[in-house]
Each structure stands twice: as structure tokens, then as C-alpha cells.
Design a protein around this ligand. Structure first.
Ligand SMILES: CC(C)(COP(=O)(O)OP(=O)(O)OC[C@H]1O[C@@H](n2cnc3c(N)ncnc32)[C@H](O)[C@@H]1OP(=O)(O)O)[C@@H](O)C(=O)NCCC(=O)NCCS
Length: 176
């Protein structure tokens, strides 16, 4: 099964800033570089479970996030609208087989607490449901209370697994 379709839309942060939600393209390399630089070390750690050395990140590293197997993965990005020159956040979905997909989410620090993390995760859930997936799962560090709170609010089941939490949402789809 392919995870390909993302309904694009404009949306407004609590601050009033407009963003455009669309699939991340392989041509978004420069845009995606910018996202990393607007994330704090703590946010990067919470997303990647390790601390990437920003001084040592290469084009090839960033390219892995923009140039991926689009038959089984997708990334939904939120870019400033209408300029589309800055990326504020991104949610990724990777099909795991068996009707399930894994998600990962990050919002750059200047735009935290403006509803974007929730919006991106809701969008990922919507796409996964539309694709007929049965469940969505992710991994959250035990220190990451904001993300755990967000997941609980969206109905994810949260279970502890040795230093991190596994979060899982049943979607009741019919894909396999
Ligand atoms: C977790 C993260 C995605 C939240 O994004 P965000 O855009 O700031 O979140 P939102 O504004 O949509 O908040 C949604 C809800 O999450 C919870 N939340 C978010 N940040 C919070 C914080 N700092 N403290 C407490 N609750 C928080 C709240 O319930 C919030 O709802 P509310 O604002 O109505 O109270 C963001 O902090 C982030 O990118 N963190 C680093 C990467 C990461 O942790 N990724 C998760 C691993 S997959």
C-alpha cells in the first residue's frame, strides 16, 4: 500500500501567522536545512533521541529527509504562507506493513505552543485513516511531557518501554 496523498491546505497559527500544509518534496532541501537551525538542541534530542552536531550536518544528511522512498513514506510540512520561504514543522509517516505506520514530528522552537504540533499530528492521522491504515505508532522519550500530553489528548494509548514511551492510535482501517 502506498502512502501518497495529502490534501493541501492553508491554516492559521494562534499568533495569526498563515501556514501552508503540503507534502515535503525532494526539491525542499534548502528549506529543510532551515528547519534544523530553528530547532533547539532539546527539540532535536526529543525528535531524534540523540543530539545531532549541527556543525557537522551535511547536505547528504538533510537529503535523507527530503529524498526518501515515497512509495512507503511521506512527510507533511508546514511552510509560511504565502512566501513558503520558511519551514515551521514537519510530520513524517513511514509504512511499517501490517496496516500500521510510524510517525515522527517536530515543530521549530519559535512556533511552539501555537497549535501547529497538534495540527500536523491530526493531519497525519487523517491521511493514515484515509489510506485505510489500522494503527499509527510512535516513540516518545519519557522526559517529553509536552508530546505525551499531546498524544493523550488525541487519543493515543501510551505505554512505557524502558526509557521511552510507545504511543499507539487505533484507526480501524482495513489496509494491510
Ligand atoms: C511536541 C511538539 C511537537 C509540540 O508542538 P507544538 O506546536 O508546540 O504543540 P501545540 O501548540 O500544538 O500543543 C498541543 C498540545 O500539546 C501539549 N503541549 C505542547 N507543548 C507543551 C508544553 N511545553 N507544556 C505542556 N504541554 C504542552 C498541550 O496539551 C497543547 O495543547 P494546549 O496548547 O491547548 O495546552 C514540539 O514541542 C516539538 O517539536 N518538540 C520537539 C520534537 C518532539 O518532541 N517530537 C516528538 C517525538 S515524535
Amino acid at each position: 500500500m502506498k502512502i501518497l496523498d495529502v490534501p493541501e491546505e492553508t491554516w492559521q497559527l494562534r499568533s495569526g501567522l498563515n501556514v501552508y500544509l503540503r507534502p515535503l518534496q525532494s526539491t525542499d532541501l534548502a528549506l529543510h536545512w532551515g528547519l534544523f537551525y530553528r530547532c533547539s538542541r532539546q527539540s532535536l534530542f526529543q525528535r531524534f533521541f540523540q543530539l545531532p552536531d549541527c556543525q557537522k550536518i551535511t547536505d547528504a544528511d538533510v537529503e535523507r529527509f527530503t529524498n526518501f522512498d515515497r512509495s512507503r513514506e511521506l512527510a507533511i510540512t508546514a511552510v509560511q504562507y504565502p512566501s513558503q520561504v520558511e519551514e515551521l514543522g514537519v510530520v513524517r509517516l513511514a509504512h511499517l506493513g501490517g496496516g500500521s505506520a510510524e510517525f515522527a514530528l517536530i515543530v521549530a522552537d519559535p512556533w511552539h505552543r501555537q497549535g501547529l504540533g497538534r495540527k500536523l499530528l491530526e493531519k497525519a492521522i487523517e491521511v493514515a485513516r484515509f489510506q485505510g491504515l489500522q494503527s499509527l505508532e510512535g516513540y516518545v522519550l519519557s522526559s517529553n511531557q509536552p508530546m505525551l500530553k499531546l498524544c493523550r489528548r488525541l487519543g493515543f494509548e501510551v505505554s512505557y518501554a524502558d526509557g521511552f514511551y510507545e504511543v499507539q492510535l487505533a484507526l480501524n482501517g482495513s489496509a494491510n
